[in-house]
Design a protein around this ligand. Structure first.
Ligand SMILES: *[C@@H]1O[C@H](CO)[C@@H](O)[C@H](O)[C@H]1NC(C)=O
Ligand SMILES: *[C@@H]1O[C@H](CO)[C@@H](O)[C@H](O)[C@H]1NC(C)=O
Ligand SMILES: *[C@@H]1O[C@H](CO)[C@@H](O)[C@H](O)[C@H]1NC(C)=O
Ligand SMILES: *[C@@H]1O[C@H](CO)[C@@H](O)[C@H](O)[C@H]1NC(C)=O
Length: 421
């Protein structure tokens, strides 16, 4: 509790009021207050307190009164306080002995402002906005030909003294200006770079890599030819190789001209075109197959088996026959070793196999009939079937047509012999 200043006290004492803190000895010791001394310094820059002091003295020397402060008054009466520097900076509100600052300011007297500091400049661009205190906003812009990447175009200073977002960069955004995309490609700017969209047949970052192989037209299709001679002159259209990029094309072929006299068989004609500029090649490949004319099928004889080669029948057919057991060809009928289908497309010497029309019941009475080897069973599952096939291979190998066995040795085996009844 603060006590009442002494002028007031004097006034009050005239009216007989008693003052707090005054000693009971005040009157009998003739105490009187001395003048207040000067105010002391304010204890704070703002909203502070200061004090002053005073002394008492004894007006006259009364026996029994000790000359000291406590004889007259309590200690607190020697002090006086008042507020000082009663203000706050920057619009802060002064409360008793403290300031409450407005947002963005701090310090006992609100003397400091939140400041995020210079967020920094960027190369090839500008930092716009010169205040860096709380609530300030700065923006970044890039010079012509550059574009903002990787950051925030606008940043705000926050209460924690940190800028929002991150510092951006200005990337070069005009790389297409130098025309890096070749051969009609479309250029698109991207940060610090460009992208080319190539036209047909070009590739690579700058579309300057030719990825077009030679373009082939007029490549002949496979040719299947049947002839009645041993050879035939075959002609074909020369394939054409072109390049829309107009690079040189080198063509090689396995036949010197676009015609050749082929024997029976299968042949490949190939043209290969290469572009030396990029090493890409295109081939034209077609087959030429020459075969003798086919013959109409020949019928097995009555009561007999027709036995022929079942390999390479498109090159030729060599047939012979056997009569079934107990049957024979009539006397006088000519029997040929082989009935052959060749290039002519017809059977020689004849396309008719004689029938085994005569039944032989008594061998003794068959003199004069033409009885060669016979077979007992034409069924594929019978033991006799295999013998029949072996008979054929043996007979062919010893005939004038043995070359057909020698030429296709791997196929000239009993398994490849057909037996028809
Ligand atoms: C392909 O063949 C046709 C018919 O012979 C011809 O008219 C055409 O010009 C040929 N094309 C090329 C590219 O040579
Ligand atoms: C022809 O070419 C084809 C495919 O390349 C091949 O399989 C065949 O063996 C060749 N034929 C000949 C007779 O060279
Ligand atoms: C000849 O026989 C072999 C083995 O049985 C078979 O693989 C091949 O296809 C046959 N060839 C013909 C032309 O019948
Ligand atoms: C031929 O042989 C098959 C199998 O061995 C048999 O089932 C069939 O009866 C035989 N035919 C004759 C006429 O012997």
């Amino acid at each position: 509790m603060r006590c009442i200043p002494w002028l007031l006290l004097l006034f009050l004492s005239l009216f007989g009021a008693t003052e707090c803190g005054i000693s009971s000895q005040w009157d009998e010791c003739n105490c009187i207050w001395q003048e207040w001394e000067a105010w002391g310094d304010c204890d704070s820059e703002c909203n502070g307190r200061r004090r002053r002091s005073r002394q008492v003295s004894l007006y006259s020397n009364v026996p029994g009164c000790v000359f000291e402060f406590n004889t007259c008054a309590t200690n607190d009466m020697g002090w006086d306080y008042s507020s000082c520097n009663a203000f706050c900076h920057n619009g802060g509100t002064s409360n008793s002995y403290s300031c409450s600052c407005i947002t963005g300011f701090y310090g006992a007297c609100c003397g400091f402002q939140v400041n995020c500091g210079d967020p920094g400049s960027i190369t090839n661009g500008n930092l716009n906005g010169g205040t860096f205190t709380y609530g300030s906003t700065v923006t970044y812009t890039c010079h012509t030909g550059y574009r903002l990447v990787d950051g925030s175009s606008s940043r705000k200073c926050e209460l924690n003294a940190i800028w929002t977002g991150t510092k951006p960069k200005c990337a070069y955004y005009n790389s297409c200006a130098s025309g890096p995309c070749k051969n009609g490609a479309t250029c698109t700017n991207i940060p610090d770079d460009y992208q080319c969209a190539c036209t047909y047949g070009w590739s690579g970052k700058n579309c300057d890599v030719d990825i077009l192989p030679p373009v082939l037209t007029n490549c002949s299709s496979d040719k299947y030819i049947t002839i009645s001679k041993l050879t035939d002159l075959v002609e074909w259209q020369i394939p054409s190789f072109t390049d829309s990029h107009n690079f040189r094309i080198d063509v090689t072929a396995n036949y010197l001209t676009n015609e050749f006299t082929f024997p029976w068989g299968d042949f490949n004609v190939s043209y290969s075109a290469v572009k030396p500029s990029n090493g890409l090649s295109t081939d034209c490949l077609f087959g030429v197959s020459l075969r003798p004319n086919p013959c109409t099928p020949i019928n097995p004889p009555a009561n007999g088996a027709l036995i022929c080669n079942n390999w390479r029948t498109d090159y030729g057919q060599f047939c012979t026959f056997l009569c079934k057991e107990s049957y024979a060809v009539p006397r006088g009928v000519i029997i040929d070793d082989f009935y052959v289908c060749g290039a002519s497309g017809s059977w020689t010497p004849t396309n008719t196999i004689p029938d085994c029309s005569v039944m032989v019941t008594n061998l003794q009475s068959t003199t004069g009939y033409n009885i060669g080897p016979t077979y007992s069973n034409c069924s594929e599952s019978s033991d006799n079937h295999r013998e029949t096939q072996e008979f054929y291979i043996e007979k062919l190998s010893q005939s004038d047509f043995s070359y057909f066995c020698e030429k296709f040795q791997e196929e000239c085996i009993p398994e490849n012999v057909s037996v028809q009844c």
